[in-house]
Write a protein that binds this ligand. Structure first.
Ligand SMILES: [Cu+2]
Length: 334
């Protein structure tokens, strides 16, 4: 229970940059949640140079991806990260939403970084909510957070963030509902996960699967995340906490540099399968390539009518549907 495990529910990417399909590379996932708070898990992360001048974090040598692996922990637990810097650049790992000492904040201000070739351990702690006074409570660490480099290029890691050194961090409260699939979406300058349409990630799920999205903002621009045909509640979990929960329901949310949020949807609920768009709703950003597809397949995993054609339209292939069209459109599989 305390060991870092490869998630049974995550995709294992091939490590290639530029494929249309990578969602999350691999995840450090939770295995249950019945354990008491206070556990310490130790993981090792490799920071590596990638093709195209990018850099990534990975859970094993040669497995770095952009974004990096989705990391998860339960409130009250501690994550001890040994970061191996295989690059020729100074870099670090800095987390949002959790507790750490200055020496684990990932900033050059405190000498908290790895020199080229160096190995360094960072410790992230978390805590549960606590009583304040009366009926008031201090928040715990639970939330949809993220991590990123804070040392490459500048003292704020501007070079590392620009080149792909970022990823999602989920701190769960015990009892939270776990998803079937997880997607990390990073709006960074005019890109999604450092890619522009039509090369942005195509996330896939089957009708009825519980899908968790983590949306993260980086760079120098403001963005708004919009998902077609699905909606969520604007609170910690994305779900109503009771029948009288006053939190608004949204399908579009600000995603500014450094901010993050997450939510779960049931793929295709109420609308059926199809190639649903997700995109930045700043118009010149969506026009400029900040758009991608959420492919909801049929419940049995087969392709719903029209989806293949929509994918090809998205990819810019002018397409006429005729009975003689025998073009093999494979390659969109999970
Ligand atoms: Cu935008």
């Amino acid at each position: 229970m305390d060991d870092a495990v490869l998630s049974r529910r995550s995709l294992i990417a091939t490590g290639a940059v530029g494929l249309a399909v990578p969602a999350i590379g691999a995840a450090v996932a939770l295995t249950g949640g019945a354990a008491k708070a206070g556990a310490t898990r130790k993981i090792t992360i490799w920071a590596e140079a990638l093709p195209g001048g990018l850099f990534g974090y990975g859970l094993a040598p040669g497995q770095a991806t952009v974004p990096g692996p989705l990391l998860e922990m339960y409130e009250g637990d501690t994550l001890e990260i040994t970061l191996v810097n295989t690059t020729n650049q100074r870099l670090s790992i800095h987390a949002h939403g959790v507790d750490y000492s200055t020496t684990s904040d990932g900033s050059p201000l405190h000498g908290s970084y790895n020199n080229p070739g160096e190995i360094r351990t960072y410790v992230w702690r978390s805590r549960e909510m606590s009583a304040a006074a009366g009926r008031r409570f201090m928040p715990g660490s639970a939330g949809y957070w993220h991590y990123h480099d804070h040392a490459m290029g500048t003292d704020h890691g501007t070079g590392g963030v620009a080149k792909g050194l970022y990823g999602a961090l989920i701190v769960r409260r015990r009892g939270d509902i776990l998803p079937d699939k997880q997607f990390t979406v990073v709006f960074h300058d005019m890109t999604i996960n450092n890619k522009a349409a039509p090369n942005t990630p195509m996330f896939e799920a089957n009708l009825g699967q519980r899908v968790e999205w983590v949306a993260i903002g980086h760079g120098n621009l403001f963005h708004t995340f919009h998902l077609h045909a699905h909606r969520w509640v604007d609170n910690r979990t994305g779900m109503l906490e009771s029948v009288s929960d006053p939190s608004p329901t949204v399908d579009n949310k600000d995603l500014n540099p450094g901010s993050s949020f997450g939510f779960q949807v049931i793929a295709g609920e109420g609308v059926g399968p199809g190639a649903w768009m997700y995109h930045c709703h700043v118009q010149n950003h969506s026009d400029g390539g900040m758009a991608g597809l959420f492919l909801v397949r049929n419940a049995d995993g087969s392709m719903p009518p029209g989806a293949e054609e929509a994918i090809h339209r998205f990819q810019g292939h002018a397409h006429t549907t005729t009975s003689t069209d025998t073009d093999d459109h494979g390659g969109h599989g999970a």
